[in-house]
Design a protein around this ligand. Sequence first.
Ligand code: 8YV
Length: 319
Amino acid sequence: MTKPRLWITRRLSDATLERAARDYDVVINHDDTPGSAQDLIAASHAFDAIIPCHSEHFSADVVAQFGDRLQIVANHSVGVDHCDLQALKARGITITNTPDVLSDATAELAMLLMLGAARHAVAGDRIVRSGAWDSWSPAFMVGKQVTGARLGIIGMGRVGRAFAAKARGFDMEIHYFNRSRLPDAQAHGATYHDSIESLLGVADFLSLHCPATPQTADLMNADRLALLPQGAVLVNTARGALVDEDALMGALDSGQVAAAGLDCFKTEPGGNPAFAQYDNIFMLPHIGSATVQTRDAMGFRALDNLDAYFAGKAPGDAL
Ligand code: 8YV
């Protein structure tokens, strides 16, 4: 039996690539450069399946130029804002993602950003590394204590819940907003708010865990940032589209927001160059799910979805 032809757009984990090579007629982009619109269009004529990352953009315009061969886009990501789902589905293309397997890694990174932002990680590292650490006083680099503080979570999906579970270890008082209230057993003791505005009023620390959609664009705008308690800390491991970056700088300038921990930016790769002047922004380059274990698990989950599809079954993570 001929193996389905599969294009893997980026250099995924070795274990993933080995398994893919065993079961598929696979072409791997070893250059590891993001696939362009033209690459995707060409692939739609030549491959039965694609495993892309969030770096490949399946816009309606690109999908409109697709050939007839492509049957499934098995994303190596939980977020699918890089895919026009409607356009893909209208062409009969199956779309899957990789939920669950990256929740702990992303929640760990949110914890790192929260702690690092609260405790001057950027300024502290810079002063030691540069040799400029020449004095100490009790008033030096005094931060905001996480233990026992109030945490607001927007989006109690899998990652939000994993973050809440870790925050409990810091005895945080956890509050959340979600489109619907969770059964108490899943809420990790968090208090539900039926509006974002109500949540923001109590969020000394605020962590974003919702997807980027037209409804969540610039969710944290100037008006909402102004509702946070004075000196709040904002953490974003979800998508850059959720935060109005100019408004965030305004809130940092006024002290409304004391610090931010960001793994996602409106422009990626690259980030916002204007953020570089803020020692109170702890920034990482979109590495929420970048652990050895999680990369293997994400690759395997994408392959599980492909295997199911080509065995004539519904993939577990079909969207
Ligand atoms: C990934 C992500 O790093 O899953 C997502 O939505 O943004 C990240 O986990 C990336 O998409 C890897 O392919």
